[in-house]
Design a protein around this ligand. Structure first.
Ligand code: SF4
Ligand code: SF4
Length: 399
């Protein structure tokens, strides 16, 4: 006879976990696994190595000792926590190939998870609903839900829970589904039977390392955020290093290259995995028109992205990225809107517009662009933008 393993439930271990999985599925989660609230030494060591090397860039909170300790010890996130339920919600992969996306000179590329609604909102709602049902199922217990924003080492937890392994690009991969999913967790004081950790199936593959446009995967499983386009376009709130701008192409919010190239995603596609997800793609965020984006004022930006994760960059961050994409396009017809952007109220946008203008200027419009830059330089009050304008003038003059 099966032994009840959860003090909070009179169900046997397997039935209980199956019931939790069924409920998770009903709330839109494709994968649901359980682990103890512990981080394996290999992941703790990797986190220390990463932060000691400063690879978190300006995400200073990641290296704060208190938050670092919390990441390394999930038990600090909920008093008396005994189990962590790791959950994955799928999203639709990009509908365009990397070549197709790159060839669309007038469009920006947005990471697939941001094509639809904000996953934080949707996953939180579904996690709350699932947690509410667990209250009935597990009886007296405490629980907390997490989606992305708390100091939780979610990929390490997913691997320990057997949900999938952490690939060399640092994201979680599951054999059948590939990596097109986002993770969330429920921490509970109920004692559930843990699953076996996942084994790694990257083998000798290095496709993600080889394709990365900025060589951000500096070693297998080590992504230097300071070079990663996802970090630069979403998290980083400053002037993007000049040497990295040309490598960003037309990616304006995130980057999926290392996932698109991963053979496990190819396998999932061949298997016809259905992405009947809740994070429904929204047409206007798939390869959007760059000119329309650069013409958004604060109000228009707020309205367009109010339910999208893209609001995270704020207008200034997104339009900064748009300027870079225009500068990388080779399309001189962007010059007109970039000249307008040179007078934008946001220094970040003015500075990157100057850079883009220098990249697109040809003999036929050289004088006109130089005059506009010189005129703006006369009024410019921000030292960082002054520098950008001077560099642009020097580049055009070939100094
Ligand atoms: S998201 Fe893009 S830039 Fe970042 S590691 Fe992957 S391929 Fe490289
Ligand atoms: S591309 Fe290859 S090395 Fe990279 S995560 Fe996928 S299987 Fe692993």
């Amino acid at each position: 006879m099966d032994r009840p393993i959860c003090k909070n439930s009179d169900m046997d271990a397997v039935s209980l976990k199956n019931m939790i999985r069924d409920k998770a599925k009903a709330h839109g989660f494709s994968l649901c696994h359980v682990t103890r609230p512990e981080i394996r030494n290999i992941h703790r060591g990797a986190l220390e190595y990463w932060t000691n090397a400063g690879m978190q860039g300006e995400m200073a909170w990641m290296a704060e000792p208190v938050r670092l300790d919390r990441r390394k010890d999930p038990a600090t996130m909920l008093d008396g926590v005994k189990s962590v339920i790791s959950l994955a919600m799928r999203y639709t992969p990009p509908e365009h190939s990397l070549d197709e996306a790159r060839s669309r000179k007038h469009s920006g590329v947005i990471t697939a998870y941001a094509h639809g609604a904000d996953y934080h909102d949707i996953m939180k709602k579904q996690l709350k609903a699932l947690a509410f049902e667990l209250d009935t199922l597990l009886g007296v217990h405490n629980q907390r839900i997490f989606v992305d924003t708390a100091p939780v080492l979610e990929h390490a937890i997913a691997e320990s829970a057997g949900l999938g392994w952490q690939g060399k690009h640092s994201l979680t991969i599951q054999k059948n589904l590939g990596s097109w999913f986002l993770l969330g967790e429920i921490f509970t004081t109920a004692e559930l039977e843990p699953d076996q950790p996942a084994s790694n199936h990257c083998g000798s593959c290095s496709a993600c390392i080889d394709i990365c446009p900025t060589q951000a995967i500096v070693a297998p499983y080590v992504v230097d955020a300071r070079r990663c386009i996802s970090y630069l376009t979403i998290e980083f709130d400053g002037f993007i290093p000049r040497d990295l701008r040309p490598l960003m192409g037309n990616r304006i919010y995130g980057c999926d290259d290392c996932q698109v190239i991963c053979p496990w995603n190819g396998h999932a596609a061949k298997e016809g995995v259905q992405f009947d997800d809740l994070l429904t793609p929204k047409g206007e965020n798939i390869l959007p028109d760059l000119v329309s984006l650069l013409q958004l004022d604060e109000e228009a930006f707020r309205i367009r992205f109010r339910k999208s994760p893209i609001r995270r960059t704020r207008r200034r961050g997104l339009l900064r990225n748009v300027c870079i994409a225009m500068g990388n396009s080779g399309e001189a017809d962007f010059i007109v809107v970039l000249l307008d952007a040179l007078h934008d109220g946001e220094p970040l946008i003015r500075g990157h517009a100057a850079w883009a203008l220098a990249r697109l200027t040809a003999p036929v419009n050289r004088q006109m662009v130089l005059s506009a830059l010189a005129e703006q330089a006369d009024h410019e009050k921000e030292p960082a933008v002054e520098q950008e304008i001077q560099s642009a003038i020097n580049d055009i003059r070939g100094v």
